[in-house]
Design a protein around this ligand. Structure first.
Ligand SMILES: [Zn+2]
Length: 408
């Protein structure tokens, strides 16, 4: 009977979470270097990082050009899978790796998703040779960033809207015109102007008639940095970007990793995995939208996504992909007190558990002897550790399973 306790808790959490409608606002700002964003005066960006999960050390391991980068964000895979290597979108394989809204619609056919961008290739991927709408109910292409902002505000009046992607282009234009650098005034001024545009969009979000009954995840990132008046290469200032998530199930934490100094053309993403990456946009959005549906992890594995989710639900696509067995953490996110349970039905010998921080450093560990026919349940207390993301690794002599713990 012991087994039923956590199950009851899980169902209860599931019901309370699904009472609100899950929705996603993704604001992508083209060509914003991390060091420039850190130095710019951006109160709206700051209002998101003050409550959300963010990094200024996201490493762009792909081609630092808009077409491939936005494709990686929206599909959740790198260019070796989605096939987009430049702004012509030639070679795209969106049939195999569609945008995340298409994946979400496999499970939520009524989902309403809209994209808005003044950058025409974003809204006309027919240039790649075939027409893909990639799941958008509308792909809007106003002529300027100001018009994009106005259309976003109008779209947010629609009570049925579930996913809105807003692409803001003019920081990149200033970079090409005057230079991508924190020392270039027009570039910095444009970042600060975009901050005011984001404020207007977020206000429109909060003024939605049904906002109190909605659970919005806000995601933001950029497609690349820049060097001189260009980008597309492998330098640090082109690759080092930022990433923000804010919402009810997002822990408030800054993630900062040591970035190796390399000019490799295609660095191994695994070396930068401890901070959010471009491909995590799609997967985090999918996790938010689909998590209440308890979708079979096998199905998500078949999508073959490269991204991982940074939400604290305890259900992670990439973990399902890598785990030899399943175990549960209650509650997650937590404030440092939680328990994990390995069910009696799991074929696992006496095992070791380890809690690691994001740099992979062992924080605490222990051993558990298995009793046949009984669940293994371990009470944990990491209240003395900093808030943030940790991983809990359970292994015996042949099997391993890893889950993330979000400490609030
Ligand atoms: Zn550009």
């Amino acid at each position: 009977m012991k087994k039923f306790l956590p199950l009851v808790a899980l169902i209860f959490i599931g019901l309370s979470a699904s009472a609100q409608e899950r929705k996603v606002l993704f604001i992508g700002v083209d060509g914003v270097r991390s060091d420039a964003l850190i130095q710019a005066n951006t109160p709206t960006w700051d209002s998101l990082t003050s409550v959300g999960l963010y990094t200024f050390t996201s490493w762009h391991v792909g081609i630092t050009v808009s077409g491939p980068s936005w494709s990686s964000m929206l599909t959740g895979v790198w260019q070796d899978k989605h096939g987009v290597t430049d702004n012509s979108y030639t070679g795209s394989d969106f049939n195999s790796y569609p945008y995340f809204v298409t994946r979400a619609k496999e499970h939520i056919p009524t989902l309403k998703a809209v994209e808005i961008s003044s950058w025409t290739p974003m809204c006309d991927v027919s240039v790649g040779g075939a027409v893909y709408n990639n799941g958008w109910d509308a792909s809007l292409n106003p002529p300027t960033d100001d018009a994009v902002e106005a259309v976003a505000v109008t779209q947010l009046l629609d009570p049925d809207l579930d996913v809105l992607f807003v692409h803001i282009d003019d920081v990149d234009a200033q970079g090409h015109g005057n230079g991508f650098s924190p020392t270039v005034t027009p570039y910095m001024s444009q970042i600060e102007y975009v901050d005011s545009q984001i404020r207007i969009i977020l206000n429109a979000l909060k003024n939605r008639a049904n906002y109190a009954n909605e659970d919005w995840l806000v995601l933001m990132t950029t497609d690349h940095g820049g060097i001189g008046t260009g980008h597309g290469g492998p330098t640090t200032v082109e690759r080092e970007i930022w990433w923000v998530a804010a919402g009810n199930n997002v822990p408030n934490t800054e993630i900062s990793i040591d970035l190796p100094n390399t000019l490799e053309l295609f660095p191994d993403p695994a070396d930068y995995r401890d901070a959010p990456m471009l491909v995590d946009i799609a997967v985090t959005a999918l996790d938010h939208l689909l998590q209440p549906l308890n979708i079979d992890p096998e199905q998500q594995t078949a999508w073959n996504l490269d991204g991982q989710s940074w939400l604290g639900y305890g259900t992670y696509i990439e973990e399902a992909k890598n785990a030899d067995f399943d175990f549960e953490i209650y509650p997650n996110p937590n404030e440092g007190e939680f328990r994990f349970v390995v069910g009696s039905d799991i074929e696992l010998n006496d095992f070791t558990w380890e809690v690691l921080d994001l740099s992979g450093k062992l924080v605490t560990s222990g051993m558990v002897s298995r009793s046949p026919g009984l669940d293994s349940q371990v009470e944990m207390n990491i209240t003395e550790l900093n808030t943030g993301v940790y991983s809990l690794r359970i292994s015996d002599d042949s099997k391993i399973s890893v889950r993330r713990i979000i400490k609030k």
